[in-house]
Design a protein around this ligand. Structure first.
Ligand code: NAD
Length: 543
């Protein structure tokens, strides 16, 4: 242990690059994409720092050009999970005892590498394998991940600083121990930064990790592993196990050493994981911490006093950026009739004008959805809406998967507020709108609150302050991230801690101290400088 206390300065958010025409950063990013596309790679598992091949392959494709393969990856099964559990146990011996300043130095270095030489690699990998435009990749794979790394190191320090009070002659202390065992990090396809955060947040707190990325995002996740290795992360601290959910998940959840699950993905999968843990609860060495951020049915609620142009922009950006595949994407909107008359035309015209195509052409705002299964599921909702008597498809509705999984941004006007697309998570570029009578504002707030099982993000648009106050109160539990006159997407680490409750998750707030608190188990130490030497208390004397 060092003979000093070290202090990390409060970080600032990583500035977002603009990629304007003619600038060097744009040229470099395009060159990196061309380089990645020019060769195919073979991606191993990484267990205890060793590259492991299984010969059971999955492929990394380009969703906007699905004939194009970036590489193939080895998939893990029971044997590799067993090996990874053993490797994590071995690494735990040293990592769990390493001083916080040495642990956070690794992740601060990773942030620096990502802000510099790794930035183009992670952005280009995300643009190609997850079909994101340059801006969407930049705010995810570069900026958000850098912020997660730097802010989580700082949050960890703040947790460690928190100490109990002591009375005279006594010294009380809290020690923030990592969990005994490993944490299982399970990530979704849609944000490279989420995968990075799910595995690094527990590691910052001294835990070892088994990380299973989504099969459709293995390419960028593997780049994250390379970044962490270069930053000096010791072997076995984070073990990389791509593969099918069941084949990796089942043996991992059956391990007695499972100490926690750090999950982001769909509600159904999270509930399955929770059920499995509950069923085997007597078999674990400790009670696993279960943290999950899951689905959403995020809303924009407008009042007649709202600014029409700001509302249209928020609806278009909030619903269609990254093809609506953000857990926070606006997918239902409630608009008063008087305002609808003003915004219907500009909303439809703007939506129809959105350029769609390959992210390598920077003029495209919308790119492809992630894979065939997503394409089929989203277009199923659109087809049903086209046939339904309960709604009207006002914009978009077209799709084509001949080259890539492209779906035009689609607006559905629902006649009833409980029409299927107003209720269920679609996870694609589909915005459903319910137009309500102006004089039914309060009743419609209640409908919005009660329509879907989720509680992730939502926004109120209004200029009238009393209305803002009313909506904020009425929708108090409808969203864990609530926006006033802003779109419900784009949370920034350290500024808008992210997560929702109800069916949207455990709301442990990624990008905040509250998440890190889940990855440690405190030990309280009480030391007495003057211990009593007589068992009798004063009250025992009778005279
Ligand atoms: P998904 O649930 O299909 O997959 C998530 C991960 O779980 C993948 O790695 C998958 O392979 C794994 N998995 C599947 N079955 C498993 C099992 N039995 N055991 C262990 N792991 C298993 O989700 P997705 O399609 O990748 O992502 C989209 C979903 O994620 C949406 O519902 C979205 O709302 C949600 N999401 C939520 C947030 C949030 O912060 N609330 C953020 C991003 C995405």
């Amino acid at each position: 242990m060092p003979d000093a206390y070290f202090k990390l300065e409060r970080p600032i958010n990583e500035p977002v690059r603009g990629y304007a025409p003619g600038c060097a950063e744009k040229t470099a990013l395009k060159a990196k994409m061309a380089e990645l596309k020019s060769r195919t790679v073979e991606i191993p598992l990484i267990i205890g720092g060793e590259e492991v091949a299984t010969g059971d392959f999955g492929t990394c494709i380009v969703p906007h050009d699905h004939g194009c393969e970036l590489g193939r990856f080895h998939r893990a099964g029971q044997a590799e999970v067993d090996k990874a559990v053993a490797a994590s146990q071995e690494a735990w011996e040293q990592w769990s005892r390493m001083a916080i300043e040495d642990r956070i130095a690794v992740f601060m270095r990773a942030a620096e590498l990502l802000a510099g030489p790794y930035r183009d690699l992670l952005n280009a990998a995300t643009m190609l394998n997850q079909s994101k435009n340059a801006f969407q990749a930049e705010i995810d794979a570069a900026c958000e991940f850098i912020d997660f790394l730097r802010f989580n190191c700082w949050f960890a320090q703040r947790i460690y600083e928190d100490q109990p009070i002591s009375s005279s002659g006594i010294w009380n202390r809290s020690e923030y121990r990592p969990l005994e065992g490993f944490v299982f990090a399970v990530s979704p396809f849609n944000f490279t930064s989420i995968g990075g955060n799910l595995c690094t947040a527990p590691a910052i707190m001294g835990n070892t990790v088994l990380w299973k990325p989504a099969s459709t995002a293995v390419y960028a996740s593997w780049c994250v592993m390379r970044l962490l290795k270069e930053a000096g992360l010791p072997d076995g601290v984070i073990n990389f196990l791509p593969g099918s959910g069941g084949k990796v998940g089942t043996p991992v959840l059956n391990s007695e050493h499972l100490a926690g699950v750090h999950f982001t993905g769909s509600t159904a999968v999270f509930q399955d994981i929770w059920r499995t843990i509950g069923g085997g609860i007597a078999n674990y060495r400790s009670y696993p911490r279960i943290v999950g951020e899951t689905g959403g049915k995020d809303f924009i609620f407008a009042h007649a006093s709202a600014d029409p142009q700001a509302l249209v922009t928020a609806m278009v950006r909030g619903a269609f950026e990254y093809q609506g595949q953000k857990c926070s994407a606006a997918s239902r909107a409630y608009i008063p009739r008087s305002l609808w008359e003003q915004i219907e035309k500009p909303l439809i015209e703007t939506t129809e004008s959105l350029a769609m195509g390959d992210p390598e052409d920077f003029s495209n705002f919308v790119n492809a959805v992630i894979d065939k299964a997503a394409f089929q599921s989203i277009t199923g909702y659109i087809d049903e809406a086209k046939q339904s008597k309960d709604c009207h498809v006002l914009a978009g509705g077209d799709y084509d998967d001949s080259t890539g999984y492209f779906i035009r941004p689609t607006i559905i006007r629902a006649d009833k507020p409980n029409y299927r697309t107003m209720v269920e998570e679609i996870f694609g570029p589909v915005l459903s709108v319910y137009v309500y009578p102006d004089d039914r504002f309060s009743e419609t707030l209640a409908v919005c609150d009660g329509t879907s099982p989720y509680g992730l993000t939502g926004a109120i648009f209004a200029n009238d302050r009393a209305v803002v106050v009313q909506a904020t109160a009425a929708l108090r539990h409808a969203a864990g991230n609530f926006y006033i006159n802003d779109k419900p997407t784009g949370a920034v680490v350290g500024q808008q801690p992210f997560g929702g409750s109800r069916a949207s998750g455990t709301n442990d707030k990624a990008g905040a101290m509250w998440n890190l608190v889940r990855w440690m188990t405190p030990r309280t130490l009480k030391e007495n400088f003057n211990p009593p030497t007589d068992y009798r208390y004063p009250f025992m004397g009778e005279s």
